[in-house]
Design a protein around this ligand. Structure first.
Ligand SMILES: [Zn+2]
Length: 410
C-alpha cells in the first residue's frame, strides 16, 4: 500500500589485482574518461531538456564506433548527464574529468563471489580478469543479493572496484509503534502496543549545543571578515576545521542514534514513526525554533540514519505531519498551556504531561488514525483494535509522563 517495496543498496569496495598485463584495462579507463569528457562537453552546450532517448540518439553510435559495447555507451551518456546536472546546480562550472574511473553495467561483467574473481568486458571485445582482495566475511554478506553495477578505478597506483548490491527489504510485521520526537536538546522516543499500552520510554541527549558553539564561532568570524575570510589562509583554515568538527559530531551522533533506535525497534517489532520535517517550516513554532538555531539539516541527518538502519533490519519507518503534536491535549484534543518548564497542562480535562512525551503520544495517535485498518498494514484481523487513548493518558491525571527526566548517555 505504500508504493514499491523498499530496497537496500550497499557498495562493496575492494582492491583488485589484474591477472596478467593490465595495459588493456588502462587503455579502457583512459578511453572511457575521454569519451565521458566528450559527452560532458556536448551536453554542457545544450540548454534544453535531454531525455534518455535523445541522449541515445546523440551519442550511442558515436560511442559504439569508438569500440564501446552497448551498455558501456548507455552508462557513459547517463553518467555524463548526471555530472552536468549536478555541476549546474552546484558550482556552475563545467566538470573536467581527471580521474580514471568507469561505471560498468551488470551485463558487462561477471562476478564470482566464491572465488572472488571478476571478469570485465572492455572495449573492442577485450576482457580483463581481476582478483579481488577481500575477506570471506565481507563477501558472505552479499550472497543472495543482486549486483547491478560497478565502478572500477585506478587510484594511487592501484585498481579498485566498488560493486553495488541491492536486495528488497522484506518488511517485518509490526507489533508496536515507536514514535520519535526530535528536539533541540533531546530525542524522546516512546513505544506503544497497537492497543495503546506504553512499553518503553527513552530519551537521548543531543550534541546540539556543541554544534551550535562551533557554528557561532564560524558565523562571528565570517562577520568579522565579511569579504576577506576566504582569502586569509589562517582564517579560512580555522573555519574549515570548525566545519569539519560539526560534520563529524553530527554524523557520528546520527549513526549511533540510528543504530540504537533501530535495534530497539527490532526488539519490539516496531514500526517507526518520525516527524515529517517538510511539514514543519515557518508556520509552526517548532519549525521556527529549528530554523533559528540550526536549520533542519541535523534533524534530517538523524532521520536519514534512523531510516537507513531500520531498512537494514527490514523495519518500516513512516513520516507523519507533526502539526500541533506538541500543543494539543492527547486526551481531549484541546490546546495545552504551559504548566511548568517543559510541562504542559490541559485546561479542559486537567491532563498534565511532559511536552516531548506528549508529542510522541500525538504522533502515535496520528499514525493510528492515518492507518486505521488495525493500525498497521498487514496485521491480522484478530489483533486487538488499536486504542485511541494509550495508557499514558488513561487514569485521572497523567501519571507516567510528568517527571520523566531520564536521559540516555550517547
Ligand atoms: Zn485535555
Amino acid at each position: 500500500m505504500r508504493g514499491e517495496e523498499p530496497v537496500v543498496i550497499e557498495a562493496l569496495k575492494m582492491r583488485a589485482l589484474p591477472e596478467g598485463s593490465y595495459d588493456r584495462l588502462f587503455e579502457f579507463l583512459r578511453l572511457y574518461r575521454d569519451a565521458l569528457q566528450m559527452v560532458v562537453d556536448r551536453v554542457w552546450g545544450i540548454s534544453g531538456k535531454l531525455s534518455k532517448k535523445k541522449l541515445h540518439k546523440l551519442f550511442y553510435n558515436n560511442l559504439v564506433s569508438m569500440g564501446f559495447r552497448a551498455h558501456h555507451a548507455k552508462e557513459i551518456y547517463i553518467y555524463a548527464k548526471s555530472l552536468v546536472d549536478s555541476a549546474r546546480s552546484n558550482s556552475g562550472r563545467k566538470p573536467v574529468l581527471r580521474k580514471l574511473s568507469a561505471r560498468i553495467d551488470k551485463y558487462d561483467y561477471k562476478l564470482d563471489l566464491g572465488n572472488t574473481t571478476l571478469a570485465l568486458k572492455l572495449h573492442n571485445g577485450y576482457e580483463a580478469r581481476l582478483r579481488l582482495v577481500t575477506s570471506r566475511e565481507r563477501v558472505e554478506k552479499f550472497r543472495g543479493w543482486g549486483n547491478y553495477e560497478l565502478v572500477v578505478k585506478y587510484e594511487d597506483g592501484e585498481f579498485w572496484v566498488s560493486i553495488y548490491f541491492k536486495r528488497v527489504a522484506k518488511q517485518v510485521r509490526p507489533r508496536t509503534v515507536m514514535s520519535i520526537d526530535l528536539n533541540f536538546d533531546n530525542i524522546t522516543l516512546t513505544i506503544f502496543t497497537l492497543d495503546g499500552r506504553l512499553v518503553k520510554l527513552k530519551r537521548f541527549k543531543t550534541p546540539h549545543r556543541k554544534i551550535l558553539t562551533h557554528k557561532i564561532w564560524v558565523e562571528r568570524t565570517q562577520k568579522r571578515y565579511p569579504r576577506s575570510w576566504r582569502f586569509i589562509k589562517g582564517v579560512r583554515k580555522a573555519i574549515e576545521r570548525h566545519g569539519e568538527r560539526i560534520k563529524n559530531i553530527s554524523w557520528d551522533y546520527s549513526h549511533r542514534v540510528g543504530d540504537l533506535v533501530a535495534e530497539l525497534a527490532l526488539k519490539y517489532y516496531s514500526v517507526i514513526v518520525l516527524e515529517d520535517l517538510d511539514e514543519l517550516r515557518e508556520n509552526n513554532k517548532k519549525g521556527r525554533e529549528f530554523n533559528k538555531k540550526l536549520g533542519l539539516w541535523f534533524y534530517r541527518r538523524i532521520q536519514f540514519c534512523v531510516e537507513y538502519e531500520a531498512r537494514e533490519r527490514n523495519l518500516e519507518a513512516i513520516k507523519i505531519n507533526p502539526k500541533a503534536t506538541s500543543s494539543k491535549c492527547p486526551r481531549c484534543g484541546k490546546k495545552l498551556a504551559e504548566y511548568e518548564y517543559k510541562v504542559l497542562r490541559c485546561r479542559k480535562c486537567s491532563f498534565i504531561g511532559d511536552r516531548d512525551v506528549i508529542a510522541t503520544i500525538n504522533l502515535y495517535k496520528k499514525y493510528i488514525k492515518k492507518y486505521p485498518r488495525c493500525g498497521v498494514p498487514g496485521v491480522t484481523l484478530n489483533t486487538p483494535k488499536p486504542n485511541e487513548n494509550p495508557s499514558g493518558m488513561q487514569g485521572k491525571r497523567d501519571e507516567a509522563m510528568k517527571h520523566i527526566k531520564l536521559y540516555e548517555p550517547i
